[in-house]
Every structure is written in structure tokens, then in C-alpha cells.
Design a binder for this molecule. Structure first.
Ligand code: ADP
Length: 630
């Protein structure tokens, strides 16, 4: 819907009115902002001037004095100084600020104040002046105009030299180094004058205007007993303009002794320290006076302030560089640029790592202790195992006692019979030597047989420490079978030896492995108790597996009931009335300790087969833990 032309006109009018009042407000704002001019005697970019300038701007902006605008000008009088130059500069500034009259002017240094006293009338006749960094004697010879106030201050060389004497107690020489410009010369002279009272205890000399490039040659080999006091350097003897802070830095780098100074702006460049004129503080003090004037006070009634406290500061890095102990630093001095120690820097991280390490160590100790006690327990359990195995062997020998005594009695009986026959022969008139020889050979054979049985039994029953060595499995199986022959006969069992030739050797303990075969064989024989005697057959067989040697003991007994199978090798599992249930568990420990495996299964045609396999030596896996059997 289109609006009525009259309404539109009113709206346009209102918009114009609004915009107009906005413009008016903006103009008013600009008009009411008071201008602050900071006039430095040097160029505006010098660090000292910047420190003062920055502090003034910061403080005044913060002190709700209404809108302010800041301008900075540098007379650069240390580099440009002639009557003509100043006049030209004054007229340039007048033109520049014609339409922007400052409400307040700050004069930094005597030079700036001189200039303003001379030209204020034609430049900014209404502007009050606040000065800082001006010589205390400035107004001694002349009266102070009512539009001026400020802070007088001076470098303090005596305090700095007092510090130097504390830090270098053996020093007997003071070398004042500075520039050779006008202002430099006054500073150097003032420094020398203020230290006059130290003569003749100290030899005091001044070196002015040495070009920076010559610093290493001039100051690089000063004797250690020298106090090097750097004053100020705006110009060198070759007329080069110099930034004083650059000179301080170059001098500190080149000098063979610590460099002291009196200006805060040099701190951090490499000087050791001093009682420093604090430019920033000067700025704050000047800003305070300026604020009072801007708030309406008249400068004439504000008394001139005397100086500012020194910044007493030391560079810790320089102390270290010259091997000066920090305990020599007098009280009241602040030691700056301390490189924090690793501890200070990473305290929490170090604590955290320490705690972690402690926890880790505690864990390790606990684990170690646990491992030790486990090892002890393992060793004890091994020991127990060996003792058990031995006890079980003794039990086996007991079990075999009847057949063994039969086995021994047989040759003994034969020997006796042969001896009697020999006696009878000898009683005859012509005994046959051949026959006697034959009898003696039989006696010897029977004796050997009996003693073989005895030594086998002794080996099996002996305490016998474990001894791992390369073994032929067939020999082990044969020795076991030798001990079983008589028992088999006694039980009416046919004992079959089925040894495969050319088997690789294994590594093991002979007696323990014999024990395994005997245990399995005796179990087999017992299982055949109810088997008709014509069918009782026990076979001990050896075979070659891949990288393993297999020993198989099969019987034709009652076989293994399905629900017994999983428990066969557990300790104390037995189905026999007088059984202990330890035989198979001992067999398994022995085979395990040899790095082998044992298993049982029923035969297709009845009976059971127990089979164990051991790693063959040629397979490159000799068992490592030599005493780990049983
Ligand atoms: P024990 O002979 O004292 O019973 P073992 O550990 O030697 O202890 O045997 C445990 C059980 O395993 C036996 O009681 C028996 O039931 C079964 N067993 C062992 N060997 C055979 C075998 N050849 N045939 C059938 N069962 C067997």
C-alpha cells in the first residue's frame, strides 16, 4: 500500500534532522577533544623518549579526563642543532598545529624545555607546560614562569658506582665511557665530577666518543679491577649519530668487564645493572602533573617535583657471565632475567614424572618380589615333583619286587647248578677241560645277567639327580622293557618291543623317561588282568614323528571309560582299589618338562594306547631348562 505524500515528507524531514544532529554531535566531539603534545628533545623513536611518552599516554587515557588526542614531536636536537634549524622547526610546528592548539605540552629533557621557553609565545601561547628529565639546577638561574611545572631529575652515578664496588670489591679503577656529542660531554663531565670524592682511592678516567666498531679493541682487554661506567652516547668522535641503547649493547658485548649504567632503557641489553633513571616512572610522574592541570589546576601553583626513585636492577645473566656471586648484590636491588632453573620451569612436570617414576618403581619392586617368590615356589614345586617322582619310582620297584627277585634268582639258580655240575666234573678222574670252560662261560653269562638287573633296579630306585643329555629313545625303552620282562611273564603278558631303527636322538633324563615307560606299561598290564591270558599283549613301540620321537605303549585291556578320559592325567584320579592316582600325573609332568606331549586313546579292537612324543634333537629345539624335569 503506497503511503501518503504528506507522511513521506514528514519522514524525510525527520531523517534529515536525525542525520544533522548526528553530524553536529560528531563535530562537537571533535571540538571538545583536548590535544596533548609530547615534545621530546631527541627524536621520537629513541627508547627513553618512547618509555616516557608511552607512560604519559597510558595514564592520561586512563584518567577519565574526557576525550584526549595525543601528538608526539621530536626536536632531534642531539643530531640537528643550530639557531636556524630550531627557528625553522618552530615555524613548522606553529603552522602544523595552528588549527589544533594543544591544551597541554609535555617537555621531555632540558632541550625541549629550552625550546618551549623560547618559542611558546609564538607557537602555543595558552598551553601550560609539564617537563620531565630536566636538570635540578635548571631554574636556579632563572625564574619559573607560572605556566610551567614538572619534575627535575638527574642521573645518579654515585649510587651505581657504590653498587659496582660491592660487586667488584677488588676494583681500583673507574673508567667512564660515553659519547662525544654536546650532551654526551656534559653527562661525562657530570659523572666524573660526581665521583671526584673517590680519588685517590680510585683512578678515574674518561673515554669519550670511541666509535662502536673500535669497542672490542678499546674495551675488550680491560684489567678485571676496572669498573666500567657507561654514561650516554649520542655521537662518536667521528661525528656519527648513535642510538645510546645500541652503544650500551655493543659495549657490553665487547667489554672484558661488567658494564654499569644509569639508564633504565639499557637494562637487558647486556649491562650488568645500576641505580637506573627510570624513564617509565618519569612518564607516570609527568602524567600525574598533567592530569592535575587538565583537571583545572594552574601549573604555577603546582610545586616542582624532585626526582623519582631509582630503578635498582641487576641482570642475572651478566652476574653469571662474570662469575659474580649473587650474594654480593646489595639489598634493595632486584635481580632480573633469571633463567629459571629446570626445577622452577618444569616443577609440576618434574613432580608428575617423579610420582610416576616412584609408582612405576614401586610396581617394579612389587613385580620383582612377586616374581622372586613365584620362582621360589616354582623351584620348590619342582623339587616336590622330583621327590614325588622318586617316591613313585620306589613304589614301582616295590611293585616289581616279586618279578625282580625272580629275575635275579633265575641266574643265581643257574649259577648254583652250574657250580655243582663243575664240582661233580672235578671229582671225576679225567675232567673235561672243554666242558669246564663251557660251564664257567655259562656262570659268567648268568652273573652278568643278574648284575644287569641289579644295576637297572638301582638306577631306577637311586636318588638320581636329574641329568639332561642326548639320548636314544630306543635304549631308554629297551632298558624299561628289561625291567618289565619278568613282571610280564609273571602276569602272563606277552611283552612286544617294536622299536623303529634310525630315530633321531632326544635330550632328556634317562631314568625319568624310563619311569614314564614303566608306569604306562604297568598300567597296561593291570588293565589286562581280566583279559583272557591268550590275548594279553603289551607293546612298547617307538616311531619317528615330524621333528619328534614318539613312544607308544598299547595294551589289550579294558580300555578307558569315556567319562574317565578327561581326568586320566589329573593327580589322585584312580579307578583302582589300592591306586594312588599319581602315576599318570607324574608321567605328564616328566613329559611336559621335556617339552613333549602325552595322550591316551582307546584302540579300535579293545585296549588302550598311551603315547608320548618328545622333541628330536635334530629339530634344533633342545630343552633349555636343564633342571626342570618332573
Ligand atoms: P593309578 O594307577 O594309581 O590308578 P594312574 O595315574 O597311573 O594311577 O592311573 C589313573 C587311572 O587311569 C587308573 O586308575 C585307570 O583307571 C586309568 N588307566 C591308566 N592306564 C590305563 C590303561 N592302560 N587302560 C585303561 N585305563 C587306564
Amino acid at each position: 500500500m503506497a503511503s501518503h505524500p504528506a507522511t513521506r515528507t514528514v519522514r524525510t524531514f525527520l531523517l534529515i534532522a536525525l542525520f544533522g544532529s548526528f553530524l553536529a554531535a560528531a563535530a562537537l566531539g571533535e571540538g571538545t577533544a583536548r590535544r596533548i603534545l609530547i615534545l621530546s628533545g631527541a627524536e621520537v623513536m629513541l627508547p627513553a623518549g618512547q618509555a616516557v611518552d608511552g607512560a604519559i599516554r597510558k595514564d592520561l587515557s586512563a584518567a577519565s579526563l574526557g576525550p584526549l588526542e595525543f601528538y608526539s614531536e621530536g626536536l632531534d636536537s642531539y643530531r640537528f642543532r643550530s639557531e636556524g634549524y630550531e627557528r625553522e622547526l618552530a615555524s613548522f610546528l606553529r603552522r602544523k598545529y595552528e588549527a589544533k592548539q594543544p591544551a597541554l605540552v609535555f617537555a621531555l629533557t632540558d632541550i625541549a624545555l629550552d625550546f618551549l621557553l623560547r618559542y611558546r609565545g609564538e607557537l602555543w601561547p595558552d598551553a601550560p607546560i609539564v617537563f620531565t628529565n630536566v636538570d635540578p639546577k635548571y631554574f636556579e638561574a632563572r625564574g619559573r614562569p607560572s605556566w610551567v611545572t614538572g619534575i627535575v631529575d638527574d642521573e645518579d652515578f654515585t649510587q651505581t658506582v657504590a653498587l659496582a664496588r660491592r660487586l667488584q670489591p677488588d676494583a681500583r679503577r673507574i673508567l667512564i665511557v660515553g659519547g662525544s656529542g654536546d650532551r654526551d660531554a656534559t653527562t661525562n663531565a657530570r659523572a666524573a665530577r660526581s665521583l671526584d670524592s673517590l680519588r685517590p682511592e680510585f683512578e678515574i678516567s674518561v673515554r669519550s666518543g670511541v666509535p662502536i666498531a673500535d669497542f672490542p679493541r678499546e674495551f675488550g682487554r680491560l684489567p678485571p679491577g676496572t669498573i666500567l661506567l657507561f654514561t650516554m652516547m649520542f655521537r662518536d668522535s667521528e661525528g656519527r649519530a648513535i642510538v645510546p641503547r645500541d652503544a650500551a649493547q655493543a659495549l657490553s658485548a665487547a667489554a672484558s668487564v661488567p658494564v654499569y649504567s644509569v639508564h633504565s632503557t639499557f637494562l637487558g641489553t647486556g649491562i650488568l645493572g645500576g641505580a637506573l633513571f627510570d624513564f617509565e616512572h618519569a612518564g607516570h610522574a609527568a602524567a600525574r602533573l598533567g592530569a592535575r592541570i587538565l583537571a583545572g589546576e594552574s601549573p604555577g601553583v603546582i610545586p616542582i617535583e624532585q626526582g623519582s626513585p631509582r630503578l635498582q636492577a641487576i641482570d642475572a645473566r651478566q652476574l653469571r657471565r662474570f662469575g659474580i656471586p649473587e650474594r654480593r648484590v646489595p639489598p634493595g636491588y632486584e635481580v632480573r632475567f633469571r633463567t629459571p632453573s629446570l626445577w622452577e620451569h618444569y616443577r609440576w612436570r618434574i613432580v608428575a614424572v617423579g610420582v610416576a617414576l616412584a609408582v612405576e618403581t614401586a610396581l617394579l619392586v612389587a613385580l620383582f618380589a612377586e616374581r622372586q617368590s613365584r620362582r621360589r615356589a616354582e623351584k620348590e614345586s619342582r623339587q616336590r615333583g622330583q621327590e614325588l617322582a622318586h617316591a613313585s619310582r620306589l613304589a614301582t620297584v616295590g611293585e616289581l619286587a616279586a618279578s625282580i627277585s625272580h629275575e635275579i634268582n633265575q641266574p643265581l639258580g643257574a649259577i648254583l647248578a652250574n657250580a655243582e655240575t663243575a664240582e661233580l666234573l672235578l671229582q671225576s678222574s679225567a675232567p673235561s677241560a672243554d666242558e669246564l670252560r663251557q660251564i664257567l662261560a655259562d656262570i659268567r653269562r648268568d652273573d652278568v645277567r643278574a648284575s644287569q638287573v641289579v644295576s637297572r633296579v638301582r638306577a631306577l630306585a637311586g636318588r638320581g639327580d636329574i641329568e639332561m643329555k642326548p639320548l636314544a629313545v630306543n635304549a631308554v625303552a629297551d632298558a624299561a622293557a628289561g625291567l618289565l620282562d619278568a613282571e610280564a611273564r609273571r602276569r602272563g603278558v606277552v611283552l612286544e618291543r617294536d622299536f623303529r631303527a634310525g630315530l633321531p636322538e632326544i635330550r632328556g633324563d634317562e631314568i625319568s623317561l624310563q619311569q614314564v615307560v614303566i608306569n604306562l606299561a604297568l598300567n597296561g598290564m593291570e588293565a589286562m588282568a581280566d583279559t583272557p591270558s591268550s590275548r594279553r599283549r603289551l607293546s612298547i613301540a617307538t616311531r619317528n614323528g615330524s621333528g619328534r620321537v614318539v613312544v607308544r605303549v598299547s595294551d589289550t585291556g579294558h580300555g578307558i571309560a569315556a567319562d574317565h578320559e578327561p581326568k586320566l592325567f589329573e593327580s589322585f584320579f584312580t579307578t583302582k582299589r589300592h591306586g594312588l592316582g599319581l602315576g599318570l600325573s607324574i608321567c605328564r609332568s616328566i613329559v611336559d618338562a621335556h617339552g613333549g606331549r602325552i595322550a591316551a586313546q582307546n584302540n579300535g579292537g579293545g585296549g588302550a594306547t598311551f603315547e608320548f612324543e618328545l622333541p628330536a634333537l635334530s629339530a634344533g629345539r633342545p630343552h633349555e631348562n636343564d633342571d626342570a624335569v618332573a
